[in-house]
Design a protein around this ligand. Sequence first.
Ligand SMILES: NC(=O)c1ccc[n+]([C@@H]2O[C@H](COP(=O)([O-])OP(=O)(O)OC[C@H]3O[C@@H](n4cnc5c(N)ncnc54)[C@H](OP(=O)(O)O)[C@@H]3O)[C@@H](O)[C@H]2O)c1
Length: 328
Amino acid sequence: MNYRKLGRTGLRVSEVSLGTMAFGRWIDEKASAAVLDRALDAGINLIDTADVYGRGMDVGDPSLTGESEAIIGRVLKGRRDQVVLATKFHARVGTGVNDAGQSRYHLYRAIDRSLQRLQTDHIDLYQVHGFDAETPLDETLRGLDDLVRQGKIRYIGCSNYAAWQIAKAHGISAVHGLHRFESVQPEYSLIARGIERELAPFARSEQVGVIVYSPLGRGILTGKYRPDEAPPEGSRLAAGEKRLQQLLQANPAYALVEALKPLALRRSLTTAQLALAWVLSHPHITSAIIGASRPEHITDALQFADHRLSDEELQQIDEVSRSAGLFF
Ligand SMILES: NC(=O)c1ccc[n+]([C@@H]2O[C@H](COP(=O)([O-])OP(=O)(O)OC[C@H]3O[C@@H](n4cnc5c(N)ncnc54)[C@H](OP(=O)(O)O)[C@@H]3O)[C@@H](O)[C@H]2O)c1
């Protein structure tokens, strides 16, 4: 496993990290423990979760959120110090009027609930899960800064932010002498390349770590979904993941996956391994968060993760992406 520096900080994180959105949502505690164990054995040290992850995301019941954090807390017992633990707050986690967003009121409750579920006294990377246009950024940044000074958080980051939103936040942090967002967590894969235009160059220029999610396009780039065929049993599509349904409707990317197959075969890879190697071949990426519902997904993903694609291969992939209408 290779480790990269998180932006300008001194912290080193594995270039492949483990996402735990499946824990307690699509897979039970026993299956989650097997995934987490395999990830740690493979040298993954960055574990990403969120207070909202859990069954509640599918059934629209905020009281069923937090299961991912609770499982991690139990499974990591005795091994907490082996990992860089990252979680997030912002999404609705209760029915109360203040059970969402980034007010100081919600922030202080959210961190304590996450710490309790994760059975730890600090979060290594605490991320805002999206931009909150309703709360002044200085309220959120001051609250986060207080929590760093109290020792409850080591670093702060943001997710799903545009470059201008981070720039605005950095400006406020600089003016008031507050800790700044050291990382951003956007979506990035062969079917979601939006960050290449502005966010990635911005992050490089400002030395912000880029931890990307869904590098396999939520499973689409594994080729497991076929037009006019029922989704494989046990898959997230079969379980009804709404975002995945929307993605497949907007652009099923079947043509891209087919076009990637010969390129993958030339290296004796699966399309999923090629898709992950493609993400990691970009210098603007700090870490790719893979999702896994079985330990084998981790083993498969890591088989080629240490390798880089050549410039020629990257160009060929751009060409097939262009012909599939996924790159301009
Ligand atoms: N910040 C945000 O807003 C945000 C949003 C989304 C995700 N995330 C984070 O990013 C993490 C990863 O996201 P993701 O799960 O969408 O990532 P992903 O790596 O693109 O997709 C993972 C899915 O691909 C399938 N898969 C992986 N390896 C496979 C293999 N060898 N063979 C067949 N199928 C395979 C599995 O689907 P099945 O389980 O269906 O088999 C797995 O659940 C999340 O857990 C979460 O921590 C953050």
